[in-house]
Design a protein around this ligand. Structure first.
Ligand code: PEP
Ligand code: MN
Length: 348
């Protein structure tokens, strides 16, 4: 680590810094200069934070500290983390699409969605049973009973399910009954919830907080990585001044996250778009930017959806996106699930 000192730093300032460095069991080399002296700090810097050194009065700049997100950092693990999901592997050349309704509304709706998603060759359906709604008067989800319904749909169809947890008390049951769990944008910095999902051995989709930086996002992931290595980062759009769509999909974040971390990165074009029309271009942009997969809202009948109907795709629109993804995926050397051929019975 290199500490660049302020122009007016005195010998007393340097001595003070040396005592501080020694107290932390670190070595140093001082380079005095008329204009700007430097202190190079050597040794095990893993416990050091930039903030601790930057706040010293004599210090102007701090360089060369390891990234604060130690476990998520690519220097911690050079090869990309691969997370098996069904027969595919997230983080490999497979592009994984997880699709389904915003919320589970009934067993019938969930079953219809599962069959539609499966007909496109997909193995995982999203469906939330705990809904974080802006208004307490909006549909709040089917709760723990919904988890049991999801588990029955899973049994009946063989589909894997992905669902959100909002409360530490529900994590254990969700991890038992669902295949992939999700921490939503509003809970990205719910540290107790992050610690709780660190205790389960299920893949966890961590969505970027709508007003959080990439650094904060990765430090949130770090909480889960303390105990659970199966962390999937999801860019879902951030709040900006733009009002023409719901959120601004930060495509640049996908590129940064892929460079900075070994974790798989997916994108949710639905919550970024807020409307059906924009889901396709955002989905394709995310994949072109390097995302390993997508989380998409599709509903058997969006006009009757109890939440997020405006952005939920009709099955035919979703089919069209899947076809486009196969083309873009092929250009990028990535494979996308193929639709399941319809069986024509003999003599029929
Ligand atoms: C969701 O995916 O169901 C959801 C609520 O999204 P977000 O947390 O990104 O708003
Ligand atoms: Mn939704």
């Amino acid at each position: 680590m290199v500490l660049i000192l302020h122009q007016g730093a005195t010998s007393q300032d340097i001595d003070f810094m040396i005592r501080r460095i020694q107290a932390r069991g670190l070595d140093y080399a001082v380079y005095r200069a008329a204009v700007r002296s430097q202190i190079h700090v050597l040794g095990d810097l893993s416990g050091e934070t930039e903030a601790d050194w930057r706040t010293q009065p004599a210090v102007k700049e701090v360089y060369g500290l390891p990234k604060p997100y130690r476990l998520a950092n690519r220097t911690h693990r050079r090869s990309s983390t691969r997370i098996p999901i069904g027969s595919q592997e997230l983080g490999s050349s497979d592009l994984i699409v997880i699709a389904g309704p915003c919320a589970l509304e009934s067993e019938e709706q969930g079953l219809a969605a599962a069959r539609m998603v499966q007909s496109l060759g997909l193995e995982v359906m999203r469906a939330s049973v705990f809904k974080p709604r802006t208004s307490p008067y909006s549909f709040q989800g089917l709760g723990r009973e919904g988890l049991r319904i999801l588990s029955r749909i899973r049994e009946a169809t063989g589909i894997l399910v992905e669902t959100e947890v909002m409360d530490v008390r529900d994590v254990e049951l969700a991890a038992e009954l669902a295949d992939v769990i999700r921490v939503g944008t509003r809970n990205m910095q719910n540290f107790d919830l992050l610690r709780e999902v660190a205790l389960v051995q299920r893949p966890v989709i961590l969505k970027r907080g709508m007003a959080n930086t990439i650094r904060e996002f990765l430090l949130a992931a770090e909480y889960i990585l303390q105990g659970n290595e199966q962390v999937i980062l999801c860019e879902r759009g951030i709040r900006s001044f733009e009002t023409a769509y719901r959120n601004t999909l930060d495509v640049g974040a996908i590129g940064i996250l892929k460079q900075e971390t070994h974790l798989p990165v997916i994108a949710d074009p639905s919550h970024a778009a807020g409307n059906k029309i924009l889901v396709r271009p955002l989905a394709l942009a995310a994949i072109a930017a390097g995302a390993d997969g997508l989380l998409i809202e599709v509903h058997p009948n969006p006009a009757e959806a109890l939440s997020d109907g405006a952005q939920s795709l009709y099955p035919s629109q979703f089919e069209d996106i899947m076809a486009a993804l196969r083309h873009v995926g092929a250009a990028l050397g990535r494979s996308v699930a193929e639709p399941v051929p319809v069986r024509v019975s003999a003599g029929g």
